[in-house]
Design a protein around this ligand. Structure first.
Ligand code: ARG
Length: 585
């Protein structure tokens, strides 16, 4: 179903076609949402760019466009403003009908109308043998929200956990365990992830200080890679335990991921290197095999290579990513691949994308994106750490969120029953963390501020869940079951706050499109927050309208339907952020 915005764009394009008949000029309506309701809801700026083509002034052109425009079923009569802006205001009749269509559609007007893509989203992807920590939070939350949105719109999404389960770090760990835990092989699955993390830390220290251990670790990698059975057994047990731990966290966060780690692409690495050499894209440099991507230089201006095979013959992170990218295109038939990591890896992915395009492994129809996010900072503006200086474990972070929400509820003036407090805190706690993360723009660093994010006031997860529960409560008070309200209920939009609310609801598909096309979940958080504020004004005793006791009955039905639609949009929008709601609080 076309959104109001899409409809207006189509109509103006058709009018431009008439006005520009025979002329070779772009038919772009240049439509913008207006900030000030004084100027209507949308503004088309196309007249300004056509001065040269049509040889007359933009106000005159705007008039010609309006004369050719058939839009009275959507908007009030258009107006020309300033130098030649066309201002458009949605008519109340259109808004009412469009909302009814939205209500009757299970995608609330946001489906992709059959334009389905196969999208791989590579996110979370921690290095194994360590507990998940705050550094994995953003990729996991942002990735999940983007997947949910693309899935909702109707794309086929492959969620990929590209875990670090291979390479030097495992060599170190295995060598260390072999030396210090001689019985390890008797029961390799007896180790827990925190044991592994400790071994890993100790192994790392030894690797730095002990040459003999360093060499042995390197040999262990070779042994693992050549399939030596004991090494494989330990490795497999360690990966299984690590992944079990990761999924425990994913379950708590409600995140689904398919594990397909670096090791999965090992068989393809020699082929990747050979083919790049055949295509004369890779060359030897200081004993290593490198690809030089035009435009990439070191600080001193010398060319910066992507090393795809080290001088000792080993492959690395770059090689694996090239093989994975190829696999996703050739075997998984992806036509869009999205990577979500911290912004520090931006140039790595940019190089990978360029190499794959130079090698013709990826053609122009395939879209590749890297979303690089900023880091999570403590209140002091430095990287967030525990009091002891270590990184904060995700499990602890989620526990803290729940505890903080519990404390707030226990201290509140309302007398909550303790069971209820647990139930609320288990939903609101994780939601507060997710909302805070998603509402910040992706690229910027953000400060982790507990007091702000668990608060029930301001733009927070707890506030949004509360706003939802409050609307659900209106249904209970009015004695109606929102879900059984007929979608045909006529919407009577008279009061300014009714019209504003209705128009805000109509923007939901555009907010989804923004997340789906620009991959920016904060377009959804700010839309939902705006909607909940608009709803508050609509329901306000002083500035809004009566709802539960509205008269006549047709007005009451119409307003209850507006509540219902707001509730649906909030519930759907929050679910796309990975946030569950509560019917009651
Ligand atoms: N394991 C990597 C890290 O912790 C992230 C992997 C991201 N995905 C990828 N295909 N490289 O930095």
């Amino acid at each position: 179903m076309a959104s109001a915005r899409q409809l207006i764009e189509q109509r103006i394009t058709a009018a431009l076609d008439q006005v520009l008949e025979g002329q070779d000029a772009k038919r772009d309506p240049m439509l913008k949402q207006t900030q000030d309701p004084k100027f209507g809801d949308f503004q088309a700026n196309c007249a300004m760019g056509l001065e040269k083509v049509l040889g007359t002034n933009p106000r005159e052109i705007a008039q010609r466009i309006i004369d050719a425009l058939e839009i009275d079923d959507v908007c009030d009569p258009p107006e020309i403003a300033g130098p030649g802006f066309i201002n458009l205001r949605l008519s109340a009749a259109f808004v009412g009908k469009q909302l009814q269509k939205m209500l009757a559609d299970d995608k609330l007007g946001a489906g992709n109308d059959g334009d389905t893509k196969r999208v791989v989203v590579d996110f979370s992807s921690p290095n194994l043998a360590k507990e998940m920590h705050v550094g994995h939070l953003r990729s996991t939350i942002i990735g999940d929200s983007i997947c949910r949105t693309l899935e909702f719109v109707g794309h086929e999404v492959m969620r990929r956990n590209h875990v670090g389960d291979w390479g030097t770090q495992f060599g170190m760990l295995l060598e260390y365990v072999k030396r210090t835990q001689p019985q390890a092989l008797d029961d390799p699955s007896s180790f827990r992830v925190n044991d592994l993390e400790q071994f890993y830390k100790d192994a790392h220290a030894l690797f730095q200080s002990d040459e003999e251990f360093k060499t042995a670790s390197r040999q262990s990698v070779v042994a693992l890679q050549s399939g030596e059975p004991e090494m494989r057994t330990l490795w497999k047990a360690f990966c299984d335990e690590s992944l079990r731990h990761c999924h425990e966290i994913y379950d708590r966060l409600g995140v689904k991921l398919v594990d397909m780690g670096e090791s999965a692409y090992q068989p393809f690495l020699p082929g990747v290197v050979a083919e790049l050499q055949e295509k004369a894209l890779a060359e030897e440099s200081d004993g290593a095999i490198c690809v030089f991507v035009p435009g990439y230089t070191n600080r001193d201006g010398s060319p910066l290579p992507s090393i795809i095979q080290k001088s000792d013959g080993g492959f690395n992170y770059d090689t694996t990513d090239l093989a994975a990218l190829r696999y996703r295109v050739d075997e998984e038939n992806a036509n869009h691949i999205i990577y979500i990591t911290d912004r520090g890896q931006a140039s790595h992915f940019d190089m990978m994308f360029k190499i794959c395009r130079m090698a013709n492994w990826v053609n122009d129809d395939i879209e590749l994106n890297h979303i690089g996010f900023g880091v999570v900072l403590g209140k002091d503006g430095k990287r967030i750490r525990t009091k002891e200086g270590g990184s904060i474990k995700l499990a602890d972070l989620l526990d803290t969120a729940v505890t903080k929400v519990k404390e707030l509820l226990e201290d509140s003036a309302r007398d909550f029953d303790p069971d209820k407090i647990d139930e609320i805190a288990n939903v609101v706690g994780p939601a507060s963390v997710k909302y805070a993360d998603l509402s910040h723009s992706i690229e910027s660093d953000y400060k982790f501020d507990w007091d702000k994010m668990v608060s029930f006031e301001g733009e927070t997860g707890p506030y949004m869940i509360y706003a939802f529960a409050r609307i659900a409560g209106i249904g209970r008070k009015a004695g109606v079951d929102f879900d059984s309200l007929s979608p045909e209920t006529e919407l009577i939009l008279g009061h300014p706050t009714e019209i504003t609310l209705a128009k805000s609801l109509l923007q939901f598909p555009d907010a989804i499109a923004q997340v789906a096309n620009q991959l920016k979940p904060n377009a959804m958080t700010s839309y939902l927050y705006g909607l909940s504020r608009t709803f508050s004004t609509f329901y306000d005793k002083e500035h809004g309208v009566r709802v539960i006791d509205a008269e006549p009955e047709s007005a009451r039905q119409s307003r209850l339907q507006l509540c219902n639609l707001t509730r649906k949009v909030l519930r759907t929008g929050l679910s796309l952020l990975g946030i569950d709601v509560l019917e009651e609080m």
